[in-house]
Structure formats: structure tokens, C-alpha cells
Ligand binder design. Structure first.
Ligand code: PGA
Length: 247
């Protein structure tokens, strides 16, 4: 792996501001001797102001609106997120796509807005089980990436998270060969779209646990993880970090 690995927690709709502060303090004291690793905590909007992350820890939001301000009741703009010391924003998570009907065109507007503000989008892509069974994985990845990046001049600031939808929260992990081919495909698609771009981080997400982290991080093309369930518990999250930190 040529990159500093990124280990990103995705807390989804879990943890109050007080619980978030406690977790962060615990995490700092249980992760000693971190070298060459970046740890991202994607917390609910309400927890973004509850702690100041110090490197190698960084804060991420889990979503945003693409407009700077306006009559959009219940929405949060990138500027609001940025002022709270946030570095990353997750976009296009499969739960946003499937539960909230987020379209590739919405995701594209969000990515443009995040990039303009100087923050970094973590763009989630991945196929459903029926896409995979119908041999449609490559088409889906191609389509999601192309549409997400429309009108983006460069991709130097982006991170991709490959998350097969059927592996999220199910305990099923994609096989190492499946992950390898999806990650290499993503890199090939990006290189086709941006021939001059540098190689970017492609994280794997979908039932990453302490017991599989050590082998998954060695899969060619994988430069980190986006972790849901196992990131909510201090012991399992720390154990994943430690497994990656010694590689
Ligand atoms: P999981 O979630 O680790 O619980 O499968 C991953 C994600 O939704 O990002």
C-alpha cells in the first residue's frame, strides 16, 4: 500500500454529543503510538461541535446540502459544517440513496459544493445484490462515479468508499477477490476520466470487523476502511485501528 491508511468510523444515527465526547477521549487514550494512519470520525451533525479533533483524528459529517443557505428546512450546508472544524463529508452512502431517495445528480451537486469549500468528499459507491447477480457491478460503479463527478475539474481532494450494499450491516463481507477487482476497476474508471490525476484513496466498507481487518487491509487497491457497526464500540474500533497501524 502506497498510502497513509484511512480508518473512518461511520456512526450513522448513533451517539449523543456527550457520548461522542466520551468516545473521542477514550479513543485518544486507547490508541497510543499511532504512526502513519488517519482516523476519521463521521458523527451526527449534533456531535460535530462537541469535540475538537486533533491529528491523526479528523471529523466528518455524514451528509450535507449543496446550497450555501436558503429555505431548506432541516438541511445543513457545507459552510455550517466547515465552521465546526470538519475536514470530510460522506456523500452518497447507500442508506441515503435507498432510504432517502438520493440520486446521482444530488450527489454530484453535493460533491461540487464540498470541493468548492475546501472540504473533502468521501464518495460511497457500490452495487446491490441483484446488480452483482446480474453481472452488473462494473456498470453500476462506472455509472455512479461518472455521474457523481460530472463537472468536477479534478479529483485530487476526493476519497472513494467502495461499499457493496449487500455487505453493509449484514455480517457478510465481500470476498477478497471481489474487493480487489472492484477497487482496481474503480481506479481504472477514475484514471479513464482523469488521466492526469494522482492515485486516490479507495476505502472498503461492509461488515469490517477486528477479525477481518488485518487481511482486508492487504487486499490490493484497499487503502483503508469505512466502518459502521464495529466503529460504535471502543474495543472493536481500537482493535481495527491497531491491526492496520502495525501493517
Ligand atoms: P457496517 O457499515 O460496517 O456496519 O457494515 C458500513 C457502512 O455503512 O458504512
Amino acid at each position: 500500500m502506497n498510502f497513509t491508511p484511512i480508518i473512518a468510523a461511520n456512526w450513522k444515527m448513533h451517539k449523543t454529543p456527550n457520548e461522542s465526547i466520551k468516545f473521542y477521549e477514550n479513543l485518544k487514550s486507547s490508541c497510543k503510538n499511532l504512526n502513519n494512519i488517519e482516523i476519521i470520525l463521521s458523527v451526527p451533525f449534533t456531535s460535530l461541535s462537541s469535540f475538537d479533533a486533533e491529528p491523526p483524528f479528523f471529523k466528518a459529517a455524514q451528509n450535507c446540502h449543496w446550497e450555501d443557505s436558503g429555505a431548506f428546512t432541516g438541511e445543513i450546508s457545507v459552510q455550517m459544517i466547515k465552521e465546526l472544524g470538519t475536514k470530510y463529508v460522506i456523500v452518497g452512502h447507500s442508506e441515503r440513496r435507498h432510504i432517502f431517495g438520493e440520486k446521482n445528480s444530488d450527489i454530484n451537486l453535493k460533491i461540487i459544493s464540498i470541493s468548492k469549500s475546501g472540504l473533502k468528499p468521501i464518495i460511497c459507491v457500490g452495487e446491490t445484490l441483484s446488480d452483482r447477480e446480474n453481472n452488473n457491478t462494473e456498470n453500476v460503479l462506472n455509472d455512479q462515479l461518472k455521474q457523481a463527478l460530472k463537472n468536477m475539474k479534478d479529483i485530487d481532494n476526493i476519497t472513494i468508499a467502495y461499499e457493496p450494499v449487500w455487505a453493509i450491516g449484514t455480517g457478510l463481507t465481500a470476498g477478497e477477490n471481489q474487493i480487489k477487482s472492484a477497487h482496481l476497476k474503480i481506479k481504472e474508471i477514475l484514471l479513464g476520466l482523469y488521466p492526469k490525476s494522482q492515485d486516490i484513496h479507495v476505502l472498503y466498507g461492509g461488515s469490517v470487523k477486528p477479525k477481518n481487518a488485518k487481511s482486508l487491509i492487504k487486499v490490493p487497491g484497499v487503502s483503508g476502511f469505512l466502518i459502521g457497526g464495529a466503529s460504535l464500540n471502543i474495543n472493536s474500533f481500537t482493535s481495527i485501528i491497531n491491526n492496520v497501524n502495525i501493517i
